[in-house]
Design a protein around this ligand. Structure first.
Ligand code: ZN
Length: 297
């Protein structure tokens, strides 16, 4: 059942919270669609229960659990799909998600519904910073994915997608998934400084009017991981896999094919971020690519 946040803004709680904005004329926009056709069916049933006709889906980013319900909903309604640049390409060609995680034709173990959703058409590429005719604002929040956006409704409710993670998620995963650390930090700082939203509903987590503590915990975690890497490299240069092995041992991380590649991708983001900030550099030796503190002789 839909839960009202305020004004015309609602959500359907679930493993991925679905944002709903009632246009006031019996039609609505939803934000994200869950992981598969079952989530699509659940969304449609909830909208029908409220007498709402789905006319638009806005995807915050192209992770399988955020757009996997698109295909079903597009088939069963007249909904148009709007998505941000880069993410739109993955929504249309979902094999790109395991491809970029593995960096080649992916292992079968990565071609699961958790990493590769059913393909969906994209009718419009939305530019971050733009607004829909109903006043929904497309808020740029890159970092968790390259083109991640949030959607803010005229009621002052922000659906930030996965731009930040709830405390529970941070507790469960020492390495929360981010692909661009400097941009993630900027997005978190911008949200921290913003005063324009009354409510925030992250995709995985609870509705909050004051996310400052959660945002600070996300920023702190990014810093902790950077510090871990920098102190691991104080002793000697190491490969990416060597640093990952230390993270796994220190924080008791559970490995399986999906988790290994997600952790490896996040570690890669921290390494490229630290290189961009001139704190790390790499070199090749005996067939290995080694990372070291910048300026170390
Ligand atoms: Zn995500």
């Amino acid at each position: 059942m839909l839960k009202k946040i305020c004004g015309n803004t609602f959500y359907l709680p679930g493993p991925v919270n679905i944002g709903v904005y009632d246009h006031g004329d019996g039609s609505c926009t939803i934000i994200d669609t869950g992981i598969d056709k079952d989530s699509g069916r659940r969304i449609l049933r909830a909208l029908e229960g409220e007498g709402l006709t789905l006319v638009r889906i806005i995807n915050t980013h192209a992770h399988a659990d955020h757009f996997g319900g698109n295909a079903f909903l597009v088939r069963r309604s007249k909904a148009k799909v709007w998505a941000p640049p880069v993410e739109a390409a993955i929504i249309m060609y979902p094999e790109l998600e395991p491809l970029y995680l593995y960096a080649a034709k992916p292992l079968l173990e990565l071609q699961t519904k958790f990493l590769q959703a059913a393909p969906s058409p994209v009718d419009k590429i939305i530019e971050p910073g733009s607004r829909t005719e109903e006043g929904l604002e497309i808020v740029p929040l890159p970092g968790h994915s390259l083109g991640q956006i949030g959607v803010a409704t005229p009621d002052g409710v922000l659906f930030p997608g996965d731009a930040f993670f709830a405390m529970d998620t941070l507790k469960k995963y020492f390495l929360p998934y981010f692909v661009d650390i400097p941009r993630a930090r900027e997005s978190l700082d911008r949200l921290q400084a913003s005063k324009q939203y009354n409510y925030f509903l992250p995709s995985h987590g609870c509705l909050t009017a004051d996310p400052r503590e959660i945002l600070a915990a996300n920023l702190k975690r990014l810093q902790e991981i950077d510090h871990f890497i920098l102190s691991a490299l104080k002793r000697e240069p190491k490969t990416r896999d060597g640093i990952l092995a230390e993270l796994v041992a220190t924080y008791n991380l559970l490995l399986n094919p999906a988790q290994y590649h997600l952790y490896n991708s996040t570690l890669g983001a921290h390494l490229s971020g630290l290189a961009e900030e001139d704190r790390l550099e790499f070199f090749f030796s005996k067939g290995r690519m080694l990372w070291q503190l910048k300026g170390r002789v």
